[in-house]
Design a protein. Structure first.
Length: 225
């Protein structure tokens, strides 16, 4: 492989796939089963927050106190139980344009691919399993690693080095995400970021967030050479 980039770190939701609210619905089902409450987690969370943050904030808001360890363990388990169902049943689930062609092409050209996502590791793989995208990613940083996206980005970078058995310069990493939080986290971790205007944020929004590069979709060429 030639070029300046070697390891590419992809966000999941809004970058690779759309689950059409499957994650939100799975949290709602979990709260309903455990506490008989109708909970809309979007009232208590922001785009780019990690799964544990979403769960704790929502629990604290609707119950009136933080969860105990035991309560949170049960909530996470029930949420994961329902996530398998909601992802598989989502009629709006789809892979975003360019992804299914891009990922195997990157592998063929010798790039190493990882994930950087606020999803719990198990949740990330549940979401990717439906579209058979798990096979392309051999490492990652997840919401189960840290509540701070910059930290889990650094964890993903370290895991990439561990998996491939060699040091990788920060200059050789490139993050790809669809939100300003993805851009901020990448820069805090010392790497460049491509903002992809594939979901809620426009190209202008991502430029304003200081993305190093901006694409309208992953059908456009990544700046890796």
């Amino acid at each position: 492989m030639s070029g300046s980039k070697k390891a590419l770190l992809f966000d999941i939701d809004g970058t690779l796939i759309i689950t059409d609210g499957a994650g939100t619905i799975s949290w709602s089902f979990a709260f309903k089963e455990l506490y008989q409450l109708d909970v809309d987690i979007e009232k208590y969370s922001d785009t780019g927050m990690t799964d544990p943050e979403v769960g704790r904030r929502s629990f604290t808001a609707v119950i009136g106190r933080p969860p105990t360890t035991e309560e949170f363990s049960k909530l996470l388990e029930r949420r994961m139980h329902y996530l398998v169902q909601t992802v598989n049943e989502s009629t709006g689930y789809h892979v975003l344009p360019g992804v299914q062609t891009l990922l195997p092409s990157l592998i063929e050209h010798g790039f190493i691919l990882g994930l950087v996502t606020g999803n719990l590791e198990a949740a990330a793989h549940v979401k990717l399993h439906r579209s058979n995208l798990n096979q392309y990613f051999s490492f990652g940083g997840y919401g189960s690693d840290s509540p701070e996206r910059s930290v889990l980005t650094k964890i993903a970078m370290a895991r990439g080095e561990t998996v491939y058995g060699e040091k990788i310069s920060p200059d050789a990493f490139l993050a790809i995400g669809d939100t300003p939080n993805d851009i901020i986290a990448a820069h805090q971790a010392g790497i460049q970021c491509v903002g992809v205007a594939s979901h809620k944020y426009t190209a202008s929004d991502l430029k304003d967030a200081n993305a190093d590069f901006v694409l309208n979709s992953l059908e456009e060429a990544l700046p890796v050479w």
